[in-house]
Design a protein around this ligand. Sequence first.
Ligand SMILES: [Zn+2]
Length: 393
Amino acid sequence: VTPSATERLYYDDSYLTTFEASVIDSENSRVHLDRTAFYPTSGGQPHDLGTIGGKAVVDVVDEPEGRIAHVVSDSLPAGPVTCEVNWERRYDHMQQHSAQHLLSAVFVELFGYPTVSFHLGESLSTIELKVRDIPDKQMDEAEARANAVVREARPVTVSYTDAESAEGLRKPSARSGRLRIITIQDLDRSACGGTHVRSTAELGPIQIRGIEKIRGNVRIEYVAGDRALRRAGQDYRIAAALARGTSSGIDQLPEFVTALQARLAQAEKDRKRLLNELAQQQGSALYVATTASPDGVKRALLEVPAVDDAVRAKLQTFAMQGPAIAVAAGDDPAGVAIVCSPDAGMHAGNALKSVLSAAGGSGGGSATLAQGQLPDRSVLKAVLAMLGFELSG
Ligand SMILES: [Zn+2]
């Protein structure tokens, strides 16, 4: 026996939240009712939540043969039950979905951009439009036009027609048989199974929040109704929090941040210059404090966390006064840098190459400056010994 389709009460009354129904069967917490006001996930709109006989509904699924399964927290006995749809969630979905029909219609009306797909998300909803790019000016125009239609409080109505005789649809329907048509008076006719508001007055304000290029199309992000108000409140609180502790109000935040970025960039430049100067002074002081070896060459070993620009500057200042050889041993990443004065009797690049080929690692350089990486810190001691240096620890 083929089970009969579930009667969809939301088709003709999106505002129905409390209803009586009969549990037909309840298996593995999937409940089938004879009639339901619960919307199943479909057409870009997420499912409703609520309760059936006091049990929480966690998912609502469109099944073959027009059946709807309600996934509940617990199984239910067959028979009559009172059901309740979570209105806050449903009404939010109605506002976002009807706003999508309105925006999609406006983009066709003003610019001829058809809608490819729609997704109703947790915080933002998106419409993908078949066009490569949309200038800001058109975006503003579309938003203004949509909000003008909101203010006109146009009726949004449900009607039914045969697919063969359906006329004036914004998007041709691939379905056959009876079509459910959602009409925004004098603006839009769309085949749709979703839940919608009665009047465009319930959709305002509509705000386009972002635009993204995707698959050669444009995807716009928008919010409508209560969600738009909540989002605007959130934006204000974020801006106000950022403005606190600055001398600016929220309207001056962009200038404030731009100025801050410029100061940060200058401070970073200054910091690098000062570090370099400090390294040079340290290199000079180290040269003065170092006693020359019997061969007349001054040798210094710097054990550093990592070989960076400041370390190289220190090595170079030490060695440039010659005859001198300065080596830096970096811990993480494990590495070595050698700087020699031309009269030190050592070719930095060749010396490094020969020790690296023995110990493993990579690197190279010129006669006066060479740098290399070691596979790990354990070979550092051996590498330094080959160069005539000894680690302190
Ligand atoms: Zn729709």
